[in-house]
Design a protein around this ligand. Structure first.
Ligand code: INR
Length: 304
């Protein structure tokens, strides 16, 4: 634990689910960092010790594709997290630089993220809210996971602290159906949606409410039943009145993707029954990644 006095804030760079993120500099070392502030105003008894313990565990979670947490600081009824700084998030890159998503870059990003998620799952950490905004990229072709590990401590809120609507587009069907027992498979669904978006250059399932999100998934993947997903009819929010859609052909850009192995991997990820969905570890060993190439320079769009 170190003091906040060692950091000078430069500018606000992002708004995570739980708080605002600043670009800052460690004035002792000159090192640039990302400083995230989580306000804990309604915690009258100070910062809960469980939160401090849980957040501190993340300091030991070291992987080349997981944003490093350098330190945790408690100051002025806030919890500050000092992180590794990267130049851009994947959402901005998807919005601004659609042409950078070559098949090699998509494959490289997919491998790095599956490897990172596999490592997190091995350490019994679920992300639970993966989306392009919390995948960070740099100009060397690296992609790293951020904004994870807090879901158990703070719960995923309905709205970001800024009242911005929390996106549902990457949410697994079992969460939308009200499961309370999250498994590692929720993260695989989100990754499938993100990878489809890199190829399609638009979101795969862009729902504007929980039921719209669920129906968009069912319209493409088919409405689940007990045959294809044992236990589905017992889920808390399963409705007997759900329309029964037949599975549709996946978008043609995915079916006709130039790398033949992609479709097989994608089909193993986008499985409605979480128990039958591929694991992150098995995904890294899929034949799609046989010819993985080293990461290379990516020209990031300048801000403005
Ligand atoms: C950037 C962000 C660059 N870097 C947004 C951003 C736009 C451009 O959120 C970010 C982070 C960074 C960031 O460099 N390191 C971290 C975010 C987060 C943790 S978190 C660490 O957890 O998502 O708020």
């Amino acid at each position: 634990m170190c003091s906040l006095n060692h950091f000078r804030r430069i500018e606000k760079i992002g708004e995570g689910t739980y708080g605002v993120v600043f670009k800052a500099v460690n004035t002792d070392s000159g090192k640039m960092v990302a400083l995230k502030r989580i306000r804990l105003e309604n915690e009258s008894e100070g910062v809960p010790s469980t939160a401090i313990r849980e957040v501190s565990l993340l300091k030991d979670l070291k992987h080349p594709s997981v944003i490093e947490l350098y330190d945790v600081v408690i100051a002025d009824s806030s919890l500050y997290m000092v992180f590794e700084l990267l130049s851009m998030d994947l959402k901005k890159l998807l919005d601004k630089a659609k042409e950078v998503f070559t098949p090699q870059l998509i494959k490289s990003y997919m491998f790095q993220i599956f490897d990172a998620i596999s490592f997190c799952h091995l350490n019994r950490i679920l992300h639970r809210d993966l989306k392009p905004q919390n995948l960070l990229v740099d100009e060397y072709g690296h992609i790293k996971l951020a904004d994870f590990g807090l879901a158990r401590t703070f719960n995923i809120p309905m709205r970001a602290y800024t009242h911005e609507v929390v996106t549902l587009w990457y949410r697994a069907p079992e969460i939308l159906l009200g499961t309370k027992l999250y498994a590692t498979s929720v993260d695989l669904w989100s990754l499938g949606c993100i990878f489809a978006e890199m190829i399609l250059r638009k979101p795969l399932f862009a729902g504007d409410s929980e039921i719209d999100q669920l129906y968009k998934i069912f319209q493409m993947m088919g409405t689940p039943n007990e045959q294809i997903w044992p236990g589905v009819s017992q889920m808390p929010d399963f409705g007997l009145k759900f329309p029964s859609w037949k599975p549709q052909q996946l978008p043609s850009l995915i079916v006709k993707y130039k790398d033949k192995d992609f479709l097989d991997l994608f089909r193993h990820i986008m499985v409605l029954d979480p128990g039958r969905r591929i694991s992150a570890k098995n995904a890294t060993q899929h034949s799609f990644f046989r010819n993985i190439e080293p990461v290379t320079y990516v020209s990031l769009p300048l801000d403005g």
